[in-house]
Design a protein around this ligand. Structure first.
Ligand code: ES4
Ligand code: ZN
Length: 324
């Protein structure tokens, strides 16, 4: 099964580019940019990655992003991720970035987008990997800040396909961002949002009904509401599930307890993704392998994750047909 998984073409739909910052690059950028970090070696950074919930991860994740200053840093970050995509046979990827993580500390929106986009173009040309870019609003900040971020994104509509919502779900429900998502839809952006990761199933329902989301990021707590599960099957709403992330953040104690295969067998459009691979201990192949190790599946079932991801992606219908 290992060689089947390695060889399987993959499509990634849930990846925070800031979460692909490996400790080695964090160290190199800290030195290049003369930024102090509270670690002495990449191994020491890795040893600090022990999380007990989402918030304990986010605290260290935002701190890591402080080493990203120049356009070249964002390019280097994205390029390193694309090389990992190539190694994992990822043929298409839809990447999140968090503009506010950078604009809040004085890094211009344009610098961030330009660096990421230049690497994505290079990846298309030299690695044959297609991609889309999604800007996420930080849900622990207020809606005014999200509106300001949306307006900065308007001059990059040619590079940004959609908007998302991430960071602390507890206490920051989707309805807090109803108005800014309506504005984003009016501007022609597609919308997605994290929901039902740590938060209750109502967040999934409201993400669909109030934010116009075409996909739900995580969504694994849907199982607590049978009527919602029925709806997700009927409407074939994609869930971008991140197995190793859920394990690291203690959403599930053990991969054997993870519900992704149960959801697949119920007919939900579930996909496998890596979320923040540098922090959670694995890229796409590792996530597929971890699920398959804990839950015996047929090759058809494993391949279904890729077929689901193709259908759930933002690529055009002709291209979907070609990939299927
Ligand atoms: C995230 Cl795992 C996760 N959940 C919510 N927001 C995030 N941002 C980066 N990783
Ligand atoms: Zn995420």
């Amino acid at each position: 099964m290992t060689s089947f998984i390695t060889g399987l073409p993959k499509v990634e739909l849930h990846l925070h580019i800031e979460g692909s910052l490996e400790p080695e690059l964090m160290f190199a950028l800290a030195e290049r940019n003369q930024i102090a970090i509270p670690f002495h070696s990449p191994d020491e950074v890795r040893a600090a990655y022990q999380f007990h919930n989402l918030q304990s991860f986010l605290d260290i994740y935002y701190q890591g992003a402080n080493v990203l200053i120049h356009e070249q840093d964002f390019y280097d970050l994205t390029w390193a991720y694309l090389l990992r995509c190539k190694a994992d046979n990822v043929v298409h990827t839809e990447i999140f970035f968090d503009p506010q993580t950078h604009t809040e500390r004085g890094i211009a929106f344009d610098i961030v987008v330009k660096g990421i986009h230049r690497a994505l173009e290079q990846g298309r040309e030299t690695l044959g990997i297609s991609s889309q870019l999604i800007m996420c609003f930080l849900r622990h900040l207020d809606q005014d800040s999200a509106f300001a971020t949306l307006s900065q994104g308007l001059s990059h509509k040619d590079k940004i396909v959609g908007v998302g919502l991430d960071s602390s779900e507890q206490g920051n429900p989707p309805e807090k961002f109803n108005a800014v998502f309506q504005q984003a839809l009016t501007e022609g952006f597609l919308t997605v949002a994290h929901a039902g990761e740590e938060g209750p199933p109502e967040n999934i329902t409201n993400t669909l009904d109030l934010l116009g989301a075409t996909r739900v990021d995580h969504g694994i707590r849907c199982v607590e509401d049978a009527a919602l599960v029925e709806r997700l099957v009927r409407e074939q709403v994609p869930l971008t599930v991140c197995p190793l992330s859920n394990l690291k953040l203690k959403v599930f104690e053990d991969m054997k307890d993870h519900n992704i295969v149960e959801l697949l067998r119920k007919g939900l459009r579930v996909t496998i993704n890596s979320d923040d691979p540098a922090y959670f201990g694995g890229y796409m192949t590792d996530n597929f392998q971890a699920v398959a190790d804990a839950h015996p599946m047929t090759q058809e079932e494993i391949a279904q994750f890729t077929l689901n991801a193709i259908q759930a992606s933002f690529i055009c219908e002709e291209e979907k047909q070609r990939l299927t």
